[in-house]
Ligand binder design. Sequence first.
Ligand SMILES: Nc1ncnc2c1ncn2[C@@H]1O[C@H](COP(=O)(O)OP(=O)(O)OP(=O)(O)O)[C@@H](O)[C@H]1O
Length: 504
Amino acid sequence: MTAPQVELLNMTKRFGANLALNNVSLLIRSGTVHALLGENGAGKSTLVKCLVGFYHPENGHIQVNGREHRLNSPKDADALGIGMVYQHFTLVPSMTVAQNLVVSGARLPAYINWQSELKRLTEVTKKLPFHVPLDVRVSQLSAGEKQKAEIVKQLYLGRKLLILDEPTSVLTPAEADEVLGYVRSLTRAGELSAVLISHKFHEVRRYADDVTVLRRGASVRTGAVADLSDDALAEAMIGEPVSKMVQHAPKSPPKPNIVLSIKDLCVNGDNGLPAVKDLSLAVREGEIAGIAGVSGNGQLELVEAMMGQRDRNGTITVSGSSFNGTRKEIARLGVYGLPQEPLKNACIDRMSLAENLALRNFDRAPLCRGIAMNYGALAVQAERLVAQFRVKAPGLTASMNALSGGNVQRAVLARELTQDVRLLIASNPTFGLDFVACEETYRRIVEARNGGAAVLLISEDLDELLGLVDRVLVMSAGRIVHEVLADCADKRVIGKYMAGMKAA
Ligand SMILES: Nc1ncnc2c1ncn2[C@@H]1O[C@H](COP(=O)(O)OP(=O)(O)OP(=O)(O)O)[C@@H](O)[C@H]1O
């Protein structure tokens, strides 16, 4: 048996006055998958970053197979066979998968024998239940393939404790099953121990043996997954009994006026090849139109072209006016967005939370008087939005960098959804959110629709999409290949179109 037993004991970590971990202990039994659950900002990432030597706790220590170790840097974790697959990608886009894997080792020889390395790599990938193309540049891979390559990299590096931070958010349900099923089979064979951070209860139930719930930096519940119901886990996460899901306001039928109209849109991807091909669609007032599709089928390029961040051919109009995504047009036409990776695409990470909350209206009264900023009004607005959307942050003046992933998402939601929204473009808006925040996001999107906004929702989560939208459009290889009213939608048919097949 080579899978280690790893124990974290009494870990305490502060960021300034913020106690991110408060005396947390965690036992990862040899050959098991241990799930970590917790609301956004509960301390999950901080805990695992201590385990990979990235953060240094003020107190506490780590034992591997009963022996105490001090992790001063990620190199120490590497030497112990501990590795992590992050939410963001770490592979070099301009290199092939094989090149990335070979140069990822901590110690590189002066001379690389590519032939023998490639042989070794082929041996590793041959055993996998999924395909990872070794000779393709990472920039050409879909998000799902990149995520699989990240996992293969860790296995190739010989990790014995693998930490997976929300690994399935960019995978289709079938891919998620392949990847997590494989990790579980390695743990069951005694070759690996694993930590799985996830917000999805069904994933925890299916793939994890044990679970620990963190709340506000403390471990509040731990045990075998089989002994804990979903309600018990949810209650441990939020600290009170869970009331049933938020009831969405009843929907009113969409109005005939078209808000967003896209005609014959063509957009190239980063590789210079067409990513969106002659795409046309329309979204009406009071309607949520959902774009379903496996990531990497042109959704990103479509959104970027709509928001003026990418060259395009074809026409886009909002409420009858030509739309190029300029700041003036956005304000005049009421176009707001919840983009993917909000820290990168919707925030200025070094600026404060309060400043980021004002990015849409800093140049309008009451936030500015003439050319002078009114910092008092900026703070009042930030306080109101933080309370209303329950953003947890070290303070209003903390930089966006200091917020947990889910709280960045909440802050962007707060900023975008409290404007006069006439068109909302939401791209995987619940990526990384805990279940309470997901429900809140759904409620607010539905409220925007019921208030008369047109909503274009792009989501790789088919269940989420079918639960929210009025009409589904399936995007595959840059085109809309299928369209159906949500009430008549058949998940299997949509799945086939998503996979590029024609339904019978
Ligand atoms: N580099 C940092 N500087 C200051 N505070 C930080 C830093 N990183 C995390 N924090 C704070 O520590 C707390 C725990 O954050 P952490 O990222 O560990 O939460 P999480 O459970 O992983 O959340 P999520 O589900 O949103 O990813 C939060 O209050 C966060 O604001």
